[in-house]
Design a protein around this ligand. Sequence first.
Ligand code: ACO
Length: 335
Amino acid sequence: MTRLYGAITGWGAYVPPHIVTNHDLEATLDTSDEWIVQRTGIRQRHIAGADETTSTMAIKASLAALAQANLPATELDLILVATSSPDYLTPPASSLVQAALTPHHIPAMTIVTGCTGFVYALVTAYQFIQAGVYRNILVVGVELLSRFLDWRDRSTCVLFGDAAGAVVVQATEQPCGLQGYDLGSDGANCQHIIMPAGGSARPFGPDVLDERSHYIRMNGREVFKFATRIFAPASERALRMAGKCIDDIDWVIPHQANLRIIQAAAKDMGVPLERFIVNIDRYANTSAASIPLALAENLANGRIKPTDTLLLLSFGAGLTWAAAVVQMQPQLHSF
Ligand code: ACO
C-alpha cells in the first residue's frame, strides 16, 4: 500500500482589529508597561469586538487557509477546532465552523487541551491522513480568552489576547508533513491553570459570580517552571521519532506565553534565539491560536519558506505539552 503523508497546503489567521496596549491597561489596573514587558515581553494584545465570537474568528482564519490552499470548503473531509474558549459549552465550536463552511455533514470535533490544542489537533489530523481515512482536513486553533479573564486580576488578564489560526492538511504521496511528535499530560498538576467554576464540579450560581471563580486562575510561577522543564525533553523525543536532530530544524515555533520561557527553552536546547519565531510582543498569549498565527504570519511574510522543517513546541492547561516536527510542503502535484 502506498504510504500517505499530509502536506500543509494552506494557512490563514485572523486577529480582531482592536488593540489594547500595556499603557491602556495602566488606566484600569495597578500595573505598568515596564512590569509587563520585563516579565513577559508583551507590549499589546488584540481583543475581540462585541460582535465577534470564537467561531466567527475561526471561520475567518479558515476561509483564508482554504483560499491559500485553493480548496473549496465543500471538499473538506474533517474539521478539527482546538479551543478552550468556545462560543458555548455545548454545541461544540467545531460544529458552528462546519455549518458556516460547508453544507456537507462532515465530521467536526473540538479538541480541548489548552494552549497545546492546535498541535494536538494537527497530530490527530495526520493519523486520519496516514490511515487513508480522510484526504482534506481543516485544523483550527482559536481563542477568545478575553471573555474568560478576570479584568480585575492583574496577574492573569495582562497575559492573553484573542486570535485564530488555521491550516489545511492534504494527503499526498510526497514525503512531507508530520515527521515526529511528543504529546503528554500531567493531570495531577491541573490546578495550576483552572477555571474553577462553571463546569460540573462547581456549577454556575450567584456565589460563583461573587467569587469571580468562573474566570481563569493561574499559578504563574508553577506554570513557568513546568514550561521550562518540558520544552527540551519533549523536543528531543519528537526529533528522535522524526530521525532528525535540532540542526535539521529551520525554525522553532514555540507557544507564545512568555518571552522568558522562550529564552530559557532556546538556552536549554542549545538553539540561538534567532531561530525561534517570536511575536508575543504584538499578540500576547493567544493560547491554542498562538502557533498557527505565528506560522501563518511568517509564511505570509516569507520568513518561513514552504519547504522549511519546523519544530512546533507547546505547553498549557492540563498541564499538557505537545512537540511536533513538521516538514512543510505546499506544492501538491501527485494526487
Ligand atoms: N503588574 C504589576 N505587578 C504584577 C502583575 C502585573 N500585571 N502581576 C503580578 N504582579 C506582581 C505580583 O503581585 C507579585 O507581587 P508581590 O511580590 O508583591 O507579591 C510580583 O508582581 C511578582 O509576581 P510573580 O507571579 O512572582 O511574577 P513572575 O515573575 O513569576 O511573573 C508571570 C508572572 C508573568 C505570570 C509568569 O509567572 C509567567 O509567565 N508564568 C507562565 C504563565 C504561562 O505561561 N501561562 C501559559 C499557559 S495558559 C493556558 O494554557 C490557557
